[in-house]
Every structure is written in structure tokens, then in C-alpha cells.
Design a protein around this ligand. Structure first.
Ligand code: NAP
Length: 231
């Protein structure tokens, strides 16, 4: 049975963990400090219940430091805060990421000036978080995908429109992308709705979808939507 490591304990990490367990995977989530995370009774920045509450109800999920999670994981999912993803993955340690696929679903959003957040200038337009992760960890296979939608849809596309909407993917390694597509098929994504945009530089465009995504969400107050490419 494959072990998947999730770097990140927020809603996205929890959503992946629950789904992957139902699909029969072993899951280990990574955090900066395990005892602090499990002791905390503070709601997250979106007002969701503390991680400890979710963790108590999901007993098959394991938890460790970022490095312990990355050591155990055969595939790594980066579901950490985008502005701190390089730090989180650095704590996971390059040697534990070497030769492994990093599925990057994070967005480099800066919330420091309130809502809506903006893309971090150094990680947008002529750069992206996906590229920065690939540059920082050249021995890993970074595959960017699923970052353009609410996490409930990432693992359950059939929730809306019969699953007939578009998910983008990019990365430098064809085999890594094929492995990630196979995993997404298990989530319910059909191949005709997975659009391969090429190498990791396509992450610039994928992350740039966020400003319009956020605007639509604030207008409709509904995150369960997606785009479909029609031609
Ligand atoms: N919410 C969605 O539906 C959605 C959709 C698309 C993409 N995304 C992206 O998915 C990612 C995860 O989102 P989320 O809302 O689940 O969680 P989040 O609050 O953005 O990130 C939580 C994780 O980031 C880690 N973190 C925070 N500051 C850190 C630092 N200074 N150094 C290292 N790690 C740090 C936390 O570590 P600890 O565990 O130690 O606290 C935690 O594991 C984000 O990049 C977001 O943009 C979210």
C-alpha cells in the first residue's frame, strides 16, 4: 500500500487525508511541531475547528514533523501556506524529497493586507510557487495541479456538473504527471477534463487564476464552482 505524505494540516491537507484513507492509502500529515499542533484548541484562520478535533475523528491518519512525513511518503502533497511552502518543504528536508513526486496544490497568496489576498509579486507573472519549489528541490518531480479550485472539488469533481469541468496540470516530467493523473482518476477526474499545460512554467498561469477565482467567490459566496474549457 502506498504512503502519501501531506505537508500541511489545514483544510486542504485534511480533505486530502480523509479521501486518501477511503481510497486505501496510508497517510501521514506533516506539521512544524506535533505536540503544539495536537494541543492547540485555536480555530484556523478561516474559523474552522482546531486540527486536534479533526485528527481525533480520523484515527487512521498519522502525524509527524514535516521531515518525518516526507521520509515516510512515497508521494508528497504540498498543502502548506503558499507564502511559507518553501520553508515547510525545507523543513521536510531536500534529501527526503529527492526522487519523489511533489504534488503542489498551494497558491502564493499574501493575506497580510486583508481580503482579497494578492499574489506574492516575487512568485507571480515571471515566476511562480511551482517553479520556485522545482528550483529549490531540483531532485524532486514537482507537479502542479488542482490549485485552481476549492478543495472539496479537488477530491470530488463529481460534486458539480457531473464532473465535467477542467483541471490543469503541469510539470517537467511526463512520468510524474502520469502518476498524478492516475491518482486524480481515483478522485473521479476523467482524462478528458485534465488539461496538460506543459512544463512547470505553466504554474504561472495556473496560480494567476486565483485573483479571478477569489473575485467570483466573493460575489457568489459559493466556492463549489469551476471553469470548463470549451472549444
Ligand atoms: N482552501 C482551499 O480550498 C484551497 C484551494 C486551492 C488551493 N489552496 C491552497 O492550499 C494550501 C493549503 O491551504 P489550507 O487553507 O489548507 O492551509 P493554510 O492555512 O494555507 O496552511 C497551513 C499549513 O501551512 C503551514 N505553515 C504556516 N506557516 C508556516 C511557516 N512559517 N513555515 C512552515 N509551514 C507553515 C502550517 O504548518 P503547521 O501545521 O505547523 O501549523 C500548516 O501545515 C494553500 O497554499 C492554499 O492557497 C487552498
Amino acid at each position: 500500500m502506498k504512503t502519501i505524505a501531506i505537508i500541511g494540516t489545514g483544510t486542504v491537507g485534511q480533505t486530502f487525508a480523509s479521501k486518501l484513507i477511503t481510497l486505501g492509502y496510508e497517510v501521514i500529515m506533516g506539521t512544524r511541531n506535533v505536540s503544539d499542533k495536537l494541543a492547540s484548541t485555536v480555530k484556523d484562520k478561516y474559523g474552522n475547528p482546531p486540527f486536534s478535533q479533526w485528527f481525533a475523528a480520523n484515527k487512521r491518519v498519522k502525524i509527524g514533523t514535516f521531515a518525518e512525513a516526507a521520509t515516510s511518503g512515497e508521494i508528497i502533497i504540498n498543502a502548506s501556506e503558499g507564502t511559507n511552502s518553501i520553508n515547510a518543504l525545507t523543513l521536510a528536508d531536500a534529501k527526503n524529497l529527492s526522487g519523489k513526486i511533489i504534488i503542489d496544490v498551494a497558491n502564493p497568496l499574501d493575506f497580510s493586507r486583508g481580503m482579497p489576498p494578492c499574489l506574492v509579486p516575487e512568485l507571480s507573472n515571471t515566476n511562480s510557487l511551482g517553479e520556485e519549489i522545482q528550483k529549490t528541490f531540483p531532485d524532486a518531480y514537482v507537479v502542479k495541479t488542482l490549485n485552481t479550485m476549492w478543495c472539496g472539488l479537488m477530491i470530488n469533481p463529481n460534486m458539480i456538473g457531473g464532473g465535467d469541468h477542467t483541471n490543469y496540470i503541469c510539470g517537467n516530467d511526463a512520468n510524474a504527471k502520469a502518476t498524478v493523473i492516475a491518482l486524480m482518476n481515483e478522485f473521479g477526474w476523467r482524462n478528458e477534463n485534465i488539461l496538460d499545460l506543459g512544463d512547470i512554467t505553466a504554474a504561472r498561469g495556473m496560480e494567476a487564476i486565483l485573483p479571478i477565482w477569489l473575485r467570483i467567490w466573493s460575489t457568489t459566496q459559493n466556492g463549489a464552482f469551476n471553469f470548463k474549457i470549451v472549444s
